[in-house]
Design a protein around this ligand. Structure first.
Ligand SMILES: C[S@@+](CC[C@H](N)C(=O)[O-])C[C@H]1O[C@@H](n2cnc3c(N)ncnc32)[C@H](O)[C@@H]1O
Length: 268
């Protein structure tokens, strides 16, 4: 075993029999040095534990998460999810025509739907913008497969689904509208994520967020998964947007529309 207090002698350790144990193992300076080394080890162990705790969502750490909550959940089986997302009863509370009217979709609009899933809104958006283009972006390969097959089966040539990454939706060209329904709360590091989305917008482009109202509702996720509209507004304000429209006339969801506050820059 190496003696941590023994000075190196050109890489050669003296034979054990030549060592002077009393000089090495006794004296007040040794005690002080040992205490110092122990304190350093303890200190660095504490720092690495804090870093580990801060980088996980587990409890116990006092470091506040700057952007909670993000609901991480997989939506891997599109056929199964379609039973819920495409349930005709959804129309009663989702009121898709009202949402499209609120958004005033131009016939030639280019639109990106982040979290497009099985296409509930992308299909309707593509019909509202027959001379435009709708991109459905989702991180689940099975959702992308499902929506592309649906677009083909329903003859929607202006609808294409693309596989997104969690921190980059991969919008293939600048669009007039970025739209999210019930997906905003699934996105992580939202301020950075949406700040970067400004580069995906054309001049005058908008960002629309439809998400669940807080509280215990007969449809949608549990209350702890929901974000109050004020929270969305404050995050997107920080990300460089201004609220231009707020509507809460749907029974279970709010509709918020934003535009970037900066002047449009072709270099971005
Ligand atoms: C609750 S579903 C909403 C589906 C759809 N917008 C609707 O209203 O029917 C959320 C969808 O967002 C997708 N999703 C989650 N995080 C995402 C991310 N970071 N980027 C793109 N899609 C994401 C999921 O795979 C899922 O298909």
């Amino acid at each position: 075993m190496m003696d941590i207090m023994q000075p190196s002698s050109g890489g050669q350790s003296p034979p054990l029999s030549n060592r002077k144990p009393n000089r090495v193992l006794s004296g007040p300076s040794l005690v002080v040095k040992c205490l110092l080394v122990a304190a350093c080890c303890l200190g660095s162990a504490c720092i690495s534990l804090r870093h580990r705790q801060a980088s996980t969502s587990g409890g116990g750490d006092q470091t506040p998460d700057p952007q909670p909550p993000t609901v991480e959940r997989r939506f891997s089986d599109a056929d199964e999810w379609a039973k819920r997302f495409e349930d005709p009863k959804r129309d009663e509370w989702q009121q898709p025509e009202k949402v499209l009217n609120l958004l005033s979709i131009a016939p030639g609009a280019k639109i990106a739907d982040i979290g497009s899933a099985t296409g509930y809104f992308p299909v309707r958006l593509s019909r509202a913008a027959p001379a435009g283009m709708v991109y459905g972006l989702d991180i689940e390969p099975d959702m992308v497969r499902y929506l592309n097959r649906r677009a083909r089966d329903e003859g929607l040539t202006n609808l294409r689904s693309i596989l997104a990454e969690a921190d980059d939706p991969k919008i293939p060209e600048r669009v007039d509208l970025i739209f999210l329904c019930n997906t905003y709360h699934h996105i992580g590091r939202r301020v950075d994520y949406f700040r970067a989305r400004q580069a995906d917008l054309r001049p005058g482009g908008r960002l629309a967020v439809v998400d669940w109202k807080p509280g215990d509702l007969p449809v949608g996720p549990p209350p702890g998964h929901k974000l109050a509209p004020e929270r969305v507004i404050s995050e997107l304000t920080e990300a460089g947007y201004a609220l231009v429209m707020r509507d809460e006339s749907l029974p279970y969801q709010y509709v918020l529309v934003f535009q970037p506050t900066h002047r449009w820059d072709p270099q971005r």
